[in-house]
Design a binder for this molecule. Structure first.
Ligand SMILES: Cc1cc2nc3c(=O)[nH]c(=O)nc-3n(C[C@H](O)[C@H](O)[C@H](O)COP(=O)(O)OP(=O)(O)OC[C@H]3O[C@@H](n4cnc5c(N)ncnc54)[C@H](O)[C@@H]3O)c2cc1C
Length: 427
């Protein structure tokens, strides 16, 4: 074998990118991971940051520290936001540099889709990254603080009305967490606010919650949210939001100062130059069974930003952690093979899906098995805990969960914002 290593650039240090980094043969490949954040994050628990249940540091892990871990050792990290890949000169282009590659893997995940609704990105709160979750947490706490200073009036009612749009797992989880806040926290922390004044509304455009899960799970989630005093509206499609008034397709309106948008997802925008190939529907790159972007030999896409369709999933694998991890592993194994060896096609092994609605409440689908309640909640906690990166993070998250289970509270409800002064240009 030649001593000269081939250059592999991985865009994104999320589930998919890191699973390649763990399996790839570092004696064959010089691996560079480019990520706009200098940390790996754990999206399934973003909603707990937004609802002040966990600290951001518990669900993030420094990428440079991970580069020292046994399985990843030998990979390099470079900070940067990739805007494009020049397929002609084989370079990945960030705001800071151009990184040459022999093969590149796009593993940049997905971001919010606002479906072109006017002004939405500036007016709603979202949960697709740690900074977005912190912003959402600050907004929720600010609304409560401001409402506590006001007499009964429309402004106070709008501040105390929290609307979640989108009844998928993230929407259900954040609505459940807000319901718990209303039930357990408001009376103790905000004596000036009556619990009944706080409204948590979840709006879903289709006729059921958790559409990607079983009917049983949808029904259990609906019941659990009802017990947490969340007002669930099914078949309710949002048309516009001016920052105060939400208007729905059926002509009804809700006055709310806080809209949490969990209704849409699209691939992170990364342009390909030097080729006609572009991202397909949903901003996802269409890939073949080896995760090669169709029409390009040296460009691969894995995880949420890829669309790998087969008979079972004609519209692509679900945008979940497991497909991202499995695609990363299979691709790394294929890239490690000798030139004469046959590549193994990717096939997704569905290990099930789950969502939590609050303490002692969760739903789990595993093949034909569906269960909910305490056992599902225990399983949800266990799976999420072992999936976190870093022993310290697991210990911190577990401690937080135990603490809040017994105390019905956490001590994390601080509004923490970055200082706006002095102004200094970022490097
Ligand atoms: C709120 C929320 C809750 C979820 N809950 C669950 C759940 O319970 N179970 C489940 O299985 N899945 C869940 N998912 C989905 C799961 O998180 C994704 O399917 C998974 O993270 C996809 O992995 P990925 O590596 O493709 O993307 P990600 O894990 O998102 O990683 C992408 C990485 O790329 C980086 N990046 C993005 N754009 C650029 C760029 N232009 N340049 C450089 N770096 C870039 C990002 O910083 C990030 O580190 C949830 C997602 C969200 C947002």
């Amino acid at each position: 074998m030649s001593d000269i290593k081939k250059r592999l650039v991985i865009i994104g240090g999320g589930f998919a990118g890191l699973s390649v980094a763990k399996k790839i043969d570092k004696s064959q490949w010089e691996v560079t991971i480019v990520d706009r954040h200098n940390y790996h994050s754990f999206p399934p628990l973003f909603y707990q940051v937004a609802s002040s249940e966990l600290e951001p540091s518990g669900i993030t892990f420094p990428l440079r520290r991970e580069m020292r871990a046994r399985k990843v050792k030998g990979c390099r990290y470079r900070m940067g936001t990739v805007a494009s890949i020049d397929t002609a000169s084989r370079r990945v282009i960030t705001e800071f540099e151009e990184i040459p590659y022999d093969k590149v893997i796009i593993a940049a995940g997905a971001t919010n889709n606002f479906f072109g609704i006017d002004g939405l990105p500036d007016r709603v709160y979202t949960l697709k990254s740690v900074p977005e979750a912190i912003r959402c947490r600050n907004a929720i706490l600010e609304r409560l603080e401001r409402a506590a200073l006001l007499p009964q009036c429309d402004e106070r009612r709008a501040l105390l009305t929290f609307v979640v749009v989108g009844g998928g797992p993230t929407g259900v989880e954040i609505a459940g967490a807000l319901g718990e806040m209303k039930r357990y926290i408001i009376r103790r922390d905000y004596p000036a606010i009556d619990r009944e004044e706080v409204k948590v509304v979840l709006c879903e455009g289709t006729d059921r919650l958790l559409r990607t899960m079983s009917e049983n799970s949808s029904k259990a989630a609906l019941k659990d949210l009802g017990q947490l005093m969340v007002d669930v509206n099914l078949g309710k499609t949002m048309k516009s939001y001016d920052g105060r008034l939400i208007t729905f397709a059926d002509g009804t309106t809700i006055n709310s100062a806080t809209l949490i948008w969990t209704a849409g997802i699209t691939g992170e925008p990364i342009a390909l130059t030097g080729t006609e190939v572009k991202a397909g529907p949903g901003g996802r790159f269409i890939v073949d069974e080896y995760n090669r972007v169709t029409g390009l030999d040296d460009v691969f896409a894995i995880g949420d930003i890829s669309c790998h369709a087969d008979e079972r999933f004609p519209r692509g694998c679900p945008q979940l952690a497991q497909p991202a991890i499995q695609q990363g592993r299979t691709l790394a194994e294929n890239l490690n093979r000798r030139a004469s060896e046959q590549w193994r096609p990717f096939s997704y092994k569905d290990k099930g899906s789950m969502a939590t609605i609050g303490r002692n409440r969760a739903v789990v689908d595993m093949g034909k098995l569906h269960f909910s309640g305490w056992a599902a909640w225990m399983m949800w906690m266990f799976i999420h805990l072992i999936s976190l990166l870093g022993m310290r993070n697991r210990a911190v998250v577990l401690l937080n969960w135990i603490w809040s289970y017994f105390s019905f509270s956490t001590s994390l409800r601080m509004i923490l914002k970055t200082a706006e002064q002095p102004h200094k240009k970022a490097y």
